[in-house]
Design a protein around this ligand. Sequence first.
Ligand code: AMP
Length: 212
Amino acid sequence: MAETTRTALMLIGAPGSGKGTQAKKLKDKLGYAHISTGDLLRAAVKAGTELGKQAKSYMDNGGLVPDELVIGLLKEAIAKPEAEGGFILDGFPRTAVQADALDAEVTLDKVIYINVPFELIEERITGRRMSTSGHVYHIKYNPPKVEGVCDVTGEELYQRADDMPEKVKERLDKFVAETQPVIPRYQAKGVVVEVDGVGTPDEVFARICAVL
Ligand code: AMP
């Protein structure tokens, strides 16, 4: 049965639209749990779990991990004590089946659609660099102090396999075909706010805060 007691927010947008960056900022401001299925899957791959082994090839190729795997992951994450006070979904749902599963569990208070023109996405994604602990940089827009090294942990930065230029089109196609069609169901419930995702992370964050 859907519950109404805790705040449930969702960030939706194309890959590279800044969902992860904005979700982290919202978490810091509001204290809600940040639930990123992409981060959870990358952690599973790194830990070499059965789920990680099953998910890896889909992820590396820019495809979507099968619904039943990510739905299980999502249910576990929202049942954790950290999520009791509220949570921010980042990268889930990505398909109608996932949205059905989510709607059976929670009622969303707000869906923030971060809109970035596709022409800008490629540069954003291919310039992205990560540390294994999840800190995210961009070689041009948010470079680390020392090239190739995480400011926070000192780890060597890496480029996600699915952030390579040849994978970006595949991911955008998936977004258009599978994820975008999910938005109207939340529009029908009156909970969608669209935010212009062009600008610095702080500029976009200010727009999000203004509509929350
Ligand atoms: P992200 O960090 O959100 O860009 O996710 C990285 C990759 O993990 C995606 O390209 C997919 O392969 C996979 N993934 C993350 N979330 C989902 C989801 N909700 N459904 C299917 N695959 C997902």
